[in-house]
Design a binder for this molecule. Structure first.
Ligand SMILES: Cc1cc2nc3c(=O)[nH]c(=O)nc-3n(C[C@H](O)[C@H](O)[C@H](O)COP(=O)(O)OP(=O)(O)OC[C@H]3O[C@@H](n4cnc5c(N)ncnc54)[C@H](O)[C@@H]3O)c2cc1C
Length: 462
């Protein structure tokens, strides 16, 4: 039986990084992927397709230039699902090729087939071309998640879908129901609303994106409503009816009926653990398929680790990669540094929201005094040039030490812009750094300087 230092189950971002890190330590690593394509949810159905569709939507709808040329400005009049799929398929294919080449260059063997535990050290691989068993000193589970299914929703792959099935919708509907006000539901709501679809977004909690700063989420809700999105917060779906040619009806617990031509169900995801035979490794998962790990991403078996979405929050591609890297280092007792308190969030709504550090609500709850400084994109020449006059950047800082406690941005490019703040926070910088620095002109980065002045001016008045 072939023997490895590390076998990784799953080829998404978490699994890839774990395997590559092991090879960098001079170890022999293999990766098992159940699908014929590698890359996981990130490349095939989640991050990459959704962000490419978003880019296509922004381009074809002429969104960025509507502030300048008027709301009726379009790059393409009749946008179709084929337009969106064309661009997404191109990027997906390239990303798969790049990833495959990267794994091969690093000497990582990739086995195609369903991986499962034969015992705590042996992995069984069942593929279309046969079966095999491999032995490993260490095993990392990185099998990700799939959309949670529910008997309440009669999925039909065309008009009643989950987020994995977006590209299977034959046409862009005129009206749409989105169930779920988490990141996936809100991102797709924004994309379809930008295409002119009348979206009703249903969320059972009283607010969207509850982990993000309230001010940023309130600003997003303004934009959603401006794009004619109906927000149904504090509302729960009781059942969904497929009326075929005449559309879909969602029956709410409050007895309201919401109808649309299509329905996207984006409520929760379930860990891919059903095929792993966890019991053979002496492991188990919770009711949502999440595997419990410690700080080192170690399961209760010291040589078996779990990383990425299969361990739950934050379920981000960015963080999954880092967890894979850390777990591989821990498996081989190698030192590794990672600033876990400073993992950023990028939410690709329209406009984008991105943040790092703590929110005003968290600091208030913790009794930590703070001051804020705000800059509006409209005050900055680059904001006017880009036609984004509604974005804003907020710095939260300690009024005594001036240390940066959080950065929250809404507006196009927020997810890139945030990394300036991340660097300053990681290096324990203060808001004064922004005042003392010169930024390229005209850039959105100047918002940091304006926000710093705004915040520091408030201090001098008190
Ligand atoms: C619509 C959507 C949009 C998203 N947007 C973003 C974003 O903008 N930014 C961001 O950072 N994150 C985003 N995410 C989250 C991101 O996709 C995930 O955090 C990331 O893919 C998790 O990586 P992973 O390696 O844990 O799992 P996955 O990427 O899910 O990969 C797991 C792999 O394991 C395989 N597998 C499962 N079971 C087995 C088995 N028994 N044997 C062998 N292989 C198996 C699967 O086939 C899959 O290929 C998005 C997700 C979705 C759904």
């Amino acid at each position: 039986m072939e023997s490895y230092d590390l076998i990784v189950l799953g080829s998404g971002p978490a699994g890839q990084r774990a395997a590559i890190q092991a090879v960098k330590f001079g170890k022999r690593a293999a990766l098992v992927e159940k699908l014929e394509v590698i890359g996981g949810t990130a490349i095939n159905t989640g991050t990459i397709p959704s962000k490419t569709i978003r880019e296509a939507v922004l381009h074809l709808s002429g969104f960025h230039y509507q502030g300048i040329y008027g709301v009726n400005y379009r790059v393409k009049e009749q946008i179709t699902m084929a337009d969106l799929a064309f661009r997404a398929q191109h990027v997906i294919k390239t990303e798969i090729d790049v990833t495959r080449a990267q794994l091969s260059r690093n000497g990582i063997e990739v086995f195609t087939g369903i991986g499962s535990f034969a015992d705590p050290h042996r992995v069984h691989v069942a593929g279309s071309r046969g079966q095999a068993e491999y032995e490993a000193a260490n095993i990392i589970i990185a099998t990700g998640t799939k959309p949670a299914s529910t008997s309440l929703v009669p999925f039909n792959n065309t008009t009643i879908i989950n987020s994995d099935q977006i590209l299977q919708m034959p046409v862009i509907p005129k009206t749409m129901i989105v169930v779920g006000g988490g990141v996936i539901g809100v991102e797709y709501t924004c994309m379809f609303a930008t295409l002119g679809v009348r979206v009703t977004l249903i969320e059972k909690r009283p607010r969207l994106l509850e982990f993000a700063d309230t001010e940023m989420v309130e600003a997003l809700c303004y934009h959603l409503r401006d794009r004619r999105v109906t927000l149904r917060l504090n509302e729960e779906v009781e059942s969904v009816e497929d009326h075929h040619e005449s559309g879909v009806v969602a029956n709410l617990k409050s007895k309201k009926k919401v109808s649309g031509e299509a329905l996207l169900y984006a409520v929760g995801r379930q860990g891919n653990i059903d095929e792993l035979n966890l019991a053979a490794a002496g492991l188990e998962a919770d009711s949502r398929g999440r595997i419990l790990v410690d700080e080192d991403y170690r399961t209760r078996q010291p040589h078996i680790f779990a990383v990425g979405d299969v361990i739950g929050f934050p379920s981000l591609g960015s963080v999954s990669m880092e967890q894979g890297r850390i777990a591989a280092a821990n498996a081989f007792g190698m030192p590794i540094k990672s600033n876990r308190a400073l993992y950023p969030y990028g939410i690709y709504t329209i406009p984008e929201i991105s943040f790092i550090g703590r929110t005003e609500e968290q600091l208030t709850d913790e009794g930590v005094p703070y001051e804020i400084g705000i800059a509006y994109f409209r005050e900055i020449p680059r904001g006017q040039i880009r036609g984004d006059t509604t974005g804003r950047l907020k710095l939260i800082f300690d009024p005594d030490t001036k240390l940066l406690l959080g950065v929250h941005i809404i507006g196009e490019g927020a997810s890139e812009l945030l990394h300036i703040g991340q660097a300053v926070m990681a290096l324990k910088g203060t808001v004064e750094y922004f005042v003392d620095s010169v930024f390229n002109y005209p850039t959105l980065a100047e918002c940091y300087k304006t926000a710093a002045f705004n915040g520091l001016n408030k201090l001098s008045k008190t």
